[in-house]
Design a protein around this ligand. Structure first.
Ligand SMILES: [Fe+2]
Ligand SMILES: [Fe+2]
Length: 405
């Protein structure tokens, strides 16, 4: 049989010595072939008596050739597996800062592949509802995600749970009622980003990660509000039908941008004012620290919603019209509900009052009225940043749910 190779055409040698091909030897052969040009010959040496048989089978399975030879030499002609990857697509670039790294509409066939990976042709399609850059991307989303991670806090260590509590029992009752209300609002704020996180095309990795951290923030808020409420009381306060009706309109909003606008721009934005107020009037160091830390988290949630919605509203002015419609529809849907739980309003007054004397109650009432004014100013500012003029912003702010969130 004529030799189909000549000894001087061998471009490389790999010596497996006593290593069997199926015990890591194939990795050594692959590595040696990878260093050679397409079609080049590799001499494989080894002491295993089965090497020729195993190598022939391995070559067949991997598209290489074991060349016929009459002596003990084993010569493999390598064929790179370029064909397999010739129709593959580079799924953008891993680093969002690289030009064209994040695509406007990544194909469903990129699926779960890491952004920047080489994706084999024929990969099955995944169906993510949120797959367009305009609807979910913010240019600083990577920075916001890193800030969110750096700002995580451990409730056990961050909160002074054994702080002295010296306030009147009625003020504690008011605080427990407010916390009960906060818990259900935080639950809505957890459910919404958690749901959308699972719908984001993983190409938009930073948005997916940020929503996941946001949900984790809310889980922590639920925990600390619950733990503080149960610090001195065996039972929680009331949950009103009107409050839950308001939250249901958020939880059931199917459109990410509308949910983000209603929940984060209007609701969580309003909550930043509420939590700041609660910190100012907190009757003890423990609750003051809880309200300080949770308001910081909320400010981040608002910042992301503002960033991605401002980006989109700049490119698509019709988005504002849809926002306005969403506020009006929500207002109409809640027209016949009470809005804020009356017990919550009364509790806010009593908390700010600090006691039941008439001057205290007057002061507490004035403080809550001032709070609602601050909330309105904040909402109008954010609406104007999204491009609404002053009068439209005032009108929409006035239609925001009385439940605050
Ligand atoms: Fe929260
Ligand atoms: Fe939040």
């Amino acid at each position: 049989m004529p030799l189909s190779w000549a000894p001087d055409t061998v471009s490389g040698v790999v010596d497996l010595a006593t290593t069997e091909l199926e015990r890591g030897g194939e990795l050594l052969v692959k590595k040696a072939l990878a260093g050679l040009a397409h079609g080049a010959c590799l001499e494989v040496r080894g002491e295993s008596p089965h090497l020729r048989t195993h190598l022939r089978a391995w070559c067949r399975g991997h598209g290489h050739e074991l060349l016929p030879s009459t002596d003990r030499n084993l010569i493999v002609r390598g064929h790179d597996d370029g064909a397999r990857w010739s129709n593959a697509t580079r799924a953008g670039a891993a680093r969002a800062s690289e030009a064209n790294a994040v695509r406007d509409a990544p194909p469903p066939s990129w699926g779960l592949a890491a952004r920047g990976a080489l994706v084999e042709a024929g990969t099955r399609e995944f169906h993510f509802h949120l797959g367009r850059k305009d609807e979910l991307w913010a240019d600083d989303v990577g920075d916001l995600y890193r800030q969110a991670l750096a700002s995580q806090w451990d409730p056990e260590r961050a909160i002074p749970w054994s702080a002295v509590l010296e306030h009147p029992a009625e003020v504690e009752d008011a605080l427990v009622q407010i916390l009960t209300y906060l818990i259900e609002n935080e639950t809505a704020a957890l459910v919404v980003p958690a749901r959308f996180a699972s719908q984001v095309h993983p190409h938009f990795r930073e948005t997916m990660q940020l929503l996941a951290v946001q949900a984790a923030d809310e889980a922590r808020h639920v925990e600390v509000f619950t733990r503080r409420a149960l610090l001195c009381r065996a039972e929680l306060g009331t949950s009103s039908a009107g409050g839950q009706a308001s939250l249901q309109t958020l939880v059931e909003e199917a459109d990410f941008e509308m949910a983000s606008f209603l929940l984060s721009v209007l609701g969580e934005g309003t909550f930043v004012n509420l939590l700041t107020f609660l910190r100012r009037h907190a009757p003890d160091d423990c609750s003051a620290e809880i309200f300080r830390l949770t308001s910081q988290d909320e400010a981040r949630h608002v910042a992301f919603a503002m960033a991605h919605l401002m980006r989109h509203a700049r490119k698509n002015p019709q988005l504002r019209e849809r926002f306005a419609n969403a506020v009006e529809q929500r207002h109409d849907a809640l027209r016949d509900t009470a809005g804020l739980n009356q017990e919550v309003f009364d509790s806010l007054v009593l908390l700010a009052a600090g006691g039941w004397s008439r001057p205290q109650i007057e002061r507490g009432h004035d403080a809550v009225v001032e709070l609602t004014r601050e909330m309105d100013i904040g909402r109008r500012k954010r609406l104007q940043k999204l491009g609404f003029d002053a009068s439209a912003a005032a009108e929409l702010s006035a239609l925001h749910t009385r439940n605050f969130m």
